[in-house]
Design a protein around this ligand. Structure first.
Ligand code: ZN
Length: 264
């Protein structure tokens, strides 16, 4: 059994949240917080958030990383965990940044290995429409109050043979996704179809998206927003590696972009 299979192993028909989260709470320099506390069929759940502050971050660039809003896409949770562990050991990777990592945005769906939450909702269609779903309310609060300069979301698509992504928000966002796809494309193939998931695409980049997805609220300076998708049927190890490389590349490119702009 690989590490990943062990982490995702079912116990009494469910995946274990603790097995994924507990090692992360023990990482040096990483703060763990359970957001909220809500009931699902009389069991109590919360949303885990991990905070990591890189070196030289007195005025940090704030980035939110969100995974597993669809519970049956565990590669994102594993990649968020792997990236957090790697950054705790090599803080230079996150120099200038303050990361808020939400590895499991849909805890009941993660346990059940279902896209929807246990209440039967696709949470990624519920944002900014006064949804009563507690996971969505908690995440909307984070998106409203954390003043993110960038938002990265991790997904897996079972209809795609390759990597691709959606860009939103800041006009320079595609300049971050393009190199991320190139680097991750050394690990898994890219999807270069003209249509992906029903949307027009160019070189694996889609410029529109669904209504109600996890996204920044309207604000005067929109953050960059990237939704990165791996091919769901690819080996888990490769999906995780591709996602970690993509995150690392996006942060590196954004740091360069910011410092270039500051020197103009
Ligand atoms: Zn998804």
């Amino acid at each position: 059994m690989t590490d990943f299979e062990a982490q995702l192993r079912l116990e009494n028909g469910r995946r274990s949240l603790g097995r994924l989260l507990e090692p992360l709470s023990a990482l040096p320099g990483v703060q763990f917080e359970s957001l909220g506390g809500f009931l699902s069929e009389r069991e109590k759940y919360s949303l885990p958030r991990f905070t990591l502050r890189g070196p030289n971050s007195s005025d940090p660039i704030r980035i939110g990383i969100f995974a597993t809003i669809h519970g049956d896409e565990p590669a994102g949770a594993l990649a968020a965990a792997a990236f957090l562990a790697e950054s705790a050991k090599q803080p230079e990777v996150v120099e200038n940044f303050l990361l808020q990592v939400y590895p499991i945005c849909n805890p009941t769906g993660f346990e059940d290995n279902t896209r929807h939450s246990r209440r039967g909702k696709d949470l990624n269609r519920e944002f900014w429409k006064s949804s009563a779903e507690p996971e969505v309310e908690l995440l909307e609060h984070e998106l409203r109050t954390q003043r993110f300069s960038g938002i990265i979301q991790l997904h897996a698509d079972d209809t795609s043979e390759g990597l691709y992504g959606f860009v939103r928000g800041h006009t320079l966002t595609e300049n971050l996704l393009r190199p991320a796809l190139a680097e991750a494309g050394k690990i898994l193939p890219r999807n270069v179809n003209a249509t992906i998931d029903g949307f027009a695409a160019r070189d694996g980049i889609i410029y529109t998206s669904y209504e109600g997805i996890l996204a920044a609220p309207m604000q005067s300076e929109p953050p960059f927003e990237i939704i990165f998708e791996t091919p769901h049927h690819a080996p888990m190890r490769l999906q995780v590696d591709a996602l970690v490389v993509a995150i690392r590349t996006i942060l590196r490119e954004y740091r360069e972009l910011i410092s270039f702009a500051a020197n103009l």
